[in-house]
Design a protein around this ligand. Structure first.
Ligand code: ARG
Length: 460
């Protein structure tokens, strides 16, 4: 029977299926680097306590560096009968390389703290990368908005034509959600960066290990303050999954808009060939699969979030093996989010925009609010002007004319306050430019939004 690091009190071999069921190396091997770095720091802390002498520390560190190199070069040979997880695999291999000194490395340490360190280190690095990609998406969005500043399109509520807006303003509405995600990410990064090393299996460390030193050595922002909590704590995973769920909801909503806008019925945009696929049957088809996959994968990430939280909710104090169920969703979620962000960036950067199609979709009735506002400026209370403008829309419908084609005489029948200058109101560009307060759709407001994104990106 294979010998396990924990096998002293066992007399029988583990069941084959149980081994498969229990092992995590097949997925937690991505943590190899974090595991090795955590062990090097641990060895240094043991050396400070004279548990490892100079010679032993040197052996452990060089040995671990060799193990890291083997992983990096794809030369690490997994023992499929005994390597249970990344921690046992690395320690087993270290023993083969350096012999006896390897047996001292795990002094006072538990895999319960080790897995927490590994996951937090790995996730911290991944989150830094996600922040960088998210900034790329924002930069692309801002650039696209700048390039298309003159383009007007219908703005919708309830998917019904509402008021004209700038295409750039619509784009920036999605960027604004993503800025929220970027801001929230900082808090997630902060909370992920708490070091559990030195808490033992659950009760703490009996050798006086220097926890501050280890946290600092590994680049953590803080030291986890309670040993029982530290080995039980996967809140950072929930944090990441929930953060990712909301981010994915945002990417999914952007995708949904773009899928709709790229239909022949709208024709506002076209997704580049590079981000589309065809049909095996219908030769004419070009499908926005990139965006549909993002929309679909949002459900996957939300499921991971709910799924792991359900695993967590009834666990008794400290470490339980259920916690291993946090590893796969974490890894998969980060991969999914990273892919979705990069695909979003590519889709936006290459998106074809059809300003004429958008312009053609603008209809005069979308200026009914502006007609009401015209009378407001003449002192009529808005509730009355709303009613009057509504009557004009009805009159236009009855006459089969756009409201801009009704004569001033027709309009005066509804309100005597209409004058020839009402003609100026029937101008989409004017309507958009009137909305020039902070956050509005006028060009100055849109440029201010772009500038604030550019400022945000240059600061961080
Ligand atoms: N693979 C385990 C996990 O992900 C590592 C910790 C194992 N600890 C233990 N006492 N069995 O949680």
């Amino acid at each position: 029977a294979p010998t396990f690091l924990w096998g002293g009190r066992f007399t029988e071999a583990i069941d084959d299926l149980m081994f498969q069921f229990n092992e995590s190396l097949s997925f937690d091997k991505v943590l190899y680097k974090a595991d090795i770095h955590g062990s090097i720091t641990w060895a240094k802390a043991l050396h400070k306590l004279n548990i490892l002498n100079d010679e032993e520390l040197n052996q452990v560190v060089t040995g671990l560096q060799q193990v890291e190199k083997e992983w990096e070069e794809g030369k690490f040979v997994i023992d499929t009968k005994s390597d249970e997880d990344i921690h046992t695999a690395n320690e087993r291999r270290l023993g083969e390389i350096i012999g006896a000194a390897a047996g001292k490395l795990h002094t006072g340490r538990s895999r319960n703290e080790q897995v927490g360190v590994d996951m937090r280190l790995w996730a911290g690095e991944q989150l830094d990368q996600l922040a960088a990609i998210l900034k790329d998406v924002l930069a692309t969005t801002a650039a696209k908005a700048k390039d298309h500043l003159p383009v007007l399109m219908p703005g919708y509520t309830h998917l019904q034509r509402a008021q004209p807006v700038r295409f750039s303003h619509w784009l920036l509405s999605h960027a604004t959600f993503l800025i929220g995600d970027l801001n929230r990410l900082q808090g997630v990064q902060e909370r992920t960066s708490a070091c559990p090393l030195g808490v033992g299996a659950l009760a703490g460390n009996p050798f006086g290990i220097d926890r501050e030193f280890m946290a600092k050595d590994l680049g953590f922002k803080s030291v986890h303050p309670n040993s029982l909590c530290a080995v039980a704590d996967r809140d950072f995973v929930v944090d990441i999954l929930q953060w990712a769920s909301l981010l994915m909801a945002h990417l999914s909503r952007l995708s949904e808009d773009l899928i709709l806008f790229s239909t022949a019925e709208f024709g506002f945009v076209q997704v580049a060939d590079a981000y589309s696929t065809g049909s095996s049957l219908m030769p004419q088809k070009k499908n926005p699969d990139s965006l549909e996959l993002i929309r679909g994968k949002a459900g996957r990430v939300m499921g991971q979030s709910t799924g792991f939280l359900s695993s967590l909710k009834s666990l008794p104090t400290s470490y339980n093996k259920d916690l291993q169920e946090s590893v796969e969703p974490l890894i998969d979620c980060i991969k999914t989010v990273s892919q979705c962000l990069r695909i979003t960036q590519g889709v936006l950067a290459t998106l074809k925009v059809y300003p004429e199609k958008m312009k053609a979709a603008l209809t005069d009735d979308m200026l009914a609010t502006d007609v009401a506002d015209y009378l407001v400026r003449k002192g009529v209370p808005f509730r009355q002007t709303h009613h009057i403008a509504g009557a004009i829309v009805r009159k236009g419908e009855e006459a089969g004319l756009p409201i801009s084609k009704l004569s001033v005489k027709d309009l005066k029948e509804i309100s005597p306050l209409f004058e020839d200058d009402i003609a100026e109101v029937f101008d989409f560009e004017r309507s958009v430019e009137q909305r020039s307060t902070l956050g509005g759709t006028s060009s100055s407001s849109v440029l201010a939004q772009i500038a604030s994104i550019e400022k945000l990106l240059s600061q961080q």
